[in-house]
Design a protein around this ligand. Structure first.
Ligand SMILES: C[S@@+](CC[C@H](N)C(=O)[O-])C[C@H]1O[C@@H](n2cnc3c(N)ncnc32)[C@H](O)[C@@H]1O
Length: 225
């Protein structure tokens, strides 16, 4: 397993939340079982992904952009949900399933090369696996393409030090799936620091899109360059 396999979790949790019933067919059986157990241990993760995807889709539907570029796309089914847009899926070259319009791209290492400007870039459930330097490089590249971005972060101010047995077990399983002792490497201090980060990379209009959830670590932003 490796960080690519975290995409199996999100695909299964969207099925659990009944917002994408199709992508799960590409998840190997053992990963599917692991994801169902983890979703049962931490229903807040399932709720977060359901709300996050729903809010992002609502913005994409309103924008009606010709090009949608998903970075760290995993098994995203936005190509099916937005047939009027050209949807590009960027992910690690080692990503196990390369759908149509797949572009290998290592955030922070590769140059972001898409042959159009003014696209909307979706970076959903990815920032937490990156180093700040990688994240900033990618955001600046999006700005250089005059792109809009929809991106979420983990917000440290929403976390709690106390972990129940279930939460602890969930975290251990997450480490196994991502193949890292600490599965997550990046979080913002709070919403204000997320705004500063986006602004420092060149984004001007920055809006927080609130997720209607009591328990979540996730904060979502829409920004224009
Ligand atoms: C939790 S999954 C999210 C997938 C998808 N965005 C979703 O919401 O279902 C994280 C994704 O980020 C990708 N990823 C992690 N680090 C990356 C990097 N440095 N460059 C490109 N993709 C990366 C993984 O391969 C994986 O597909």
């Amino acid at each position: 397993m490796g960080v690519e396999h975290t995409a199996y979790l999100t695909a299964v949790w969207r099925k659990m939340g009944k917002i994408d019933m199709a992508s799960v067919k590409d998840v190997p059986f053992s990963s599917k079982m692991m994801a169902y157990v983890m979703g049962w241990l931490d229903p807040a993760s399932v709720d977060t992904i359901v709300q996050r995807t729903t809010v992002i889709d609502a913005v994409l539907a309103a924008l009606q952009k010709e090009h949608i570029v998903e970075i760290g796309a995993g098994l995203s089914a936005r190509r099916e949900r937005f047939p009027k847009s050209a949807v590009y899926n960027l992910d690690l070259p080692s990503f196990p399933l390369k759908k149509e319009n797949f572009i290998p791209y290592v955030i922070g290492e590769d140059a972001l090369e898409v042959p159009f400007m003014d696209a909307v870039f979706v970076v959903e459930g990815v920032s937490m696996y990156l180093e700040k330097k990688q994240l900033k490089k990618m955001l600046k590249e999006i700005v250089a393409h005059k792109g809009h971005v929809l991106i979420d972060f983990f917000d440290k101010s929403k976390g709690s030090k106390y972990k129940s047995f279930r939460e602890d077990l969930y975290k251990r399983m997450f480490s196994k799936v991502a193949c890292r002792e600490k599965p997550f490497s990046f979080a913002v201090e709070n919403a204000e620091s997320a705004r500063s980060l986006l602004s420092s990379c060149g984004f001007s209009e920055i809006e927080e899109l609130r997720l209607p959830l009591k328990k979540t670590l996730d904060i979502l932003f829409y920004a224009k360059s």
